[in-house]
Design a protein around this ligand. Structure first.
Ligand SMILES: C[S@@+](CC[C@H](N)C(=O)[O-])C[C@H]1O[C@@H](n2cnc3c(N)ncnc32)[C@H](O)[C@@H]1O
Length: 331
């Protein structure tokens, strides 16, 4: 016997089917039906791809906003190369244990916001990305390439806005993304949360201009602002933000002394009760930058996040990506 919830879902499906038939019957010519078929197929293909990507994990699923996000990604993919780097960008692989063995030759930057793991696999198979490098030319000594992303994936972003920040009254909050790059945090925050304001600050002129272009084209300027500058010039942004997001912002982009100066600046300017979301672990980042002057336990307290899925519902990489995300409250 079906329970009430299942019956309700069946009703919804029946209603959708009969509405669909009504639409078809309302069309007059076979040409209109063909065009409608094309239109509906496009939307359903994107919808199904998105459901596959998220495995229907999120409750507040919104088809229109998911389509807008896909559209933004398409636009960015067309404007950028697969590595999604800015012209003349100088990205330096950090000398830490995590990146031991990563060299310019063995490492590829692939943007996780624009390309899912599945996309990377497909691109690799199509020969657009080399998945392997030859250690010793002419021999069969083949090893896998290391992939690094400088953007947050859509899965991580929706997890942040729909789970990590769920339960926080977000309507009157200001979210600051330090190092907003392609603007992924801002677009997902705009489309999948009701946060009052999202501010992205980005050092790189090329990326700041790109974000401004998207914000304007998709009419997001009522809640999104982009600032092109170094965060070090904006203490007031740190002082007024309620939620600060930092995805490995400084490690690949600055020398150790500069990283240390920026972390001290952030430490001094964050006000009590501000929430900080970092990935990876903030303590680990401070350790990697050798910030011996920052007393972590006096600055923040970690709020443990429970991933709301079983390990078996996610791929190994997805599980690792979500585990990287940490939430802290400034004391
Ligand atoms: C790893 S990316 C983060 C991307 C984005 N927040 C996301 O989650 O998709 C770091 C970005 O921070 C920028 N950045 C580095 N240092 C900065 C600074 N001092 N002020 C502002 N932006 C900075 C870099 O140019 C780079 O685009």
């Amino acid at each position: 016997m079906m329970n009430d919830k299942n019956e309700f879902q069946e009703d919804k499906l029946d209603n959708a089917k009969s509405s669909f038939l009504k639409i078809i019957n309302s069309l007059d010519t076979s040409e209109q039906i063909k065009q409608f078929n094309e239109f509906a197929k496009n939307i359903l293909d994107k919808e199904i791809k998105d459901i596959d990507d998220f495995s229907n994990r999120f409750t507040k699923y919104n088809i229109n906003n998911a389509l807008i996000l896909e559209n933004i990604k398409d636009k960015l993919r067309n404007k950028l190369s697969i590595t999604a780097e800015a012209p003349n960008e100088n990205i330096v692989i950090p000398k830490t244990i995590e990146y031991e063995g990563y060299t310019k030759e063995t490492t590829v930057n692939v943007d996780a916001f624009l390309y899912s793991d599945k996309d990377v696999e497909e691109l690799g198979l199509n020969g657009q990305l080399k998945n392997y490098f030859c250690n010793d030319c002419g021999s069969k000594n083949i090893e896998s390439l290391n992939f690094i992303s400088h953007s947050t994936s859509t899965l991580q972003l929706r997890y942040i806005f729909e789970h990590v920040l769920n339960g926080i009254e977000i309507n009157d909050k200001i979210v600051l993304d330090i190092g907003s790059r392609l603007g992924s945090v801002l677009y997902v925050g705009y489309l999948f949360s009701s946060t009052k304001k999202l501010i992205g600050i980005e050092l790189n002129q090329f990326f700041a201009d790109l974000q401004k272009e998207i914000i304007q084209e998709y009419n997001m300027s009522d809640r999104v602002e982009i600032i092109q500058d170094d965060i070090m010039n904006h203490p007031q942004l740190l002082q007024t933000a309620d939620i600060i997001i930092m995805n490995n912002v400084f490690q690949f982009f600055h020398s150790l002394p500069i990283q240390q100066a920026i972390w001290s600046f952030i430490r001094v300017n964050t006000k009590p009760s501000t929430l900080i979301i970092t990935f990876p672990d903030l303590k680990e980042q401070l350790g990697d930058a050798n910030c011996t002057n920052i007393d972590f336990d006096k600055w923040v307290k970690e709020i443990k996040i429970k991933i709301p899925y079983k390990k078996s519902q996610l791929t190994e990489d997805e599980w690792k990506d979500l585990k990287l995300i940490h939430l802290y409250k400034v004391l």
